[in-house]
Design a protein around this ligand. Structure first.
Ligand code: GDP
Length: 317
């Protein structure tokens, strides 16, 4: 079975890692949000892409879920000592990634080509594609005005009240070469348990994406468990947008795309309501605390996808 997985950073990376462990890598394409990308100290930083790649390569910091393991912070300490811009933490090893990426982008290489080369160097077998080689910054519209994503997320610690999101320039942006082809060739598309508003929606907003997925089974895994996000502002965003955060709200968010929806056992009460909207539900443990949890959830999701692919009636007796 061929799989295209859409992912943001922390939650997306965990399931993407599980999928990479649970299936042949030549059948797995991971499309990663680049709406969070920004420039800092003149360096091009792609937080979600790096989180996914570090996680797949076994280089991620297991405590934070972002950044690198065995990291040191000498460069940032120097910046702080100088009274400089220390609001975004960049570890020394991580800085090497941004330096080399920026050098190559300045030579005119595309982000997708650079990512492919980095993945090869890091020993990542699955195909990892940034969603676009074009810049499509996510703008968060808040009660304090419009904020670029990292300013909202890191500098302002998600404190401003959110009223909407904008993916600047998305109408003119193109998906990276190979994404539409991968979707065309895939058996199933999986939305990882990423923030629907700022990790998955920016990918879906790219021209041609939704159309390419229209006749493919799509399965999402809920990032909301028991009405709360495991990490990050997803639940807070739902509340501020006037929607009660829940697995049900996530299913409704993706309603037009979904064939199947995977959500946590603590939210089992939504089963029949989700089923009544023609979305096949799967209730299981979706909290990934360990690498084994990632692989186990991925295996369950893949089994569920295989069942969805069996035409109704076949295999029933
Ligand atoms: P970000 O760009 O780093 O915020 O990364 P994502 O959008 O991919 O991930 C954030 C989302 O992942 C949050 O909404 C979390 O609730 C969700 N998440 C993180 N860990 C887990 C987990 O173990 N299980 C599930 N179901 N969701 C998770």
């Amino acid at each position: 079975m061929k799989v295209v997985a859409l992912a943001g950073g922390v939650g997306g990376a965990k399931l993407a890692h599980g999928l990479a462990l649970a299936m042949p890598s030549e059948n797995l394409t991971i499309v990663v949000n680049t709406g969070d990308d920004f420039e800092h100290f003149g360096l091009k930083i792609s937080p979600d892409l790096d989180t996914v790649c570090y996680t797949l390569a076994g280089l991620a910091n297991p405590e934070t879920g972002w950044g690198r393991v065995d990291e040191s912070w000498n460069a940032m300490d120097s910046v702080s000592q100088l009274g400089g811009a220390n609001w975004f933490n960049l570890g020394d090893r991580d800085l090497g990634t941004h330096l080399e990426r920026t050098r190559r982008l300045n030579l005119g290489h595309s982000l997708s080509q650079i990512t492919t080369d980095f993945c090869e160097a890091w020993g990542i077998a699955a195909k990892v594609l940034p969603m676009s080689d074009d810049t499509v910054p996510t703008i968060v519209i808040t009660d304090e005005g419009e904020l670029p994503f990292q300013e909202y997320f890191v500098a302002r610690r998600c404190e401003p009240q959110v009223s909407a999101f904008r993916f600047e320039g998305v109408e003119q942006a193109a998906p990276v070469p190979g994404i539409l082809e991968a979707i065309e060739a895939t058996d199933v598309v999986i939305f990882c348990p990423s923030n629907p508003w700022v990790s998955i929606d920016p990918i879906l907003a790219l021209p041609g994406l939704r159309k390419a997925m229209a006749d493919k089974p799509v399965v999402a895994v809920s990032p909301i468990i028991g009405g709360q996000a495991v990490k990050g502002p997803a639940a807070k965003m739902y509340t501020e947008l006037g929607i009660e955060p829940s697995a049900l709200a996530v299913a409704q968010h993706y309603q037009n795309e979904l064939s199947g929806f995977v959500f946590d056992s603590v939210d089992e009460r939504y089963y029949s309501e989700i089923e009544s909207t023609d979305i096949q539900p799967l209730v299981t443990n979706t909290l990934m605390k360990s690498v084994e949890d990632r692989q186990h959830l991925a295996e369950e999701v893949l089994r569920f996808c295989e069942e969805l692919l069996i035409p109704s009636g076949v295999g029933s007796g």
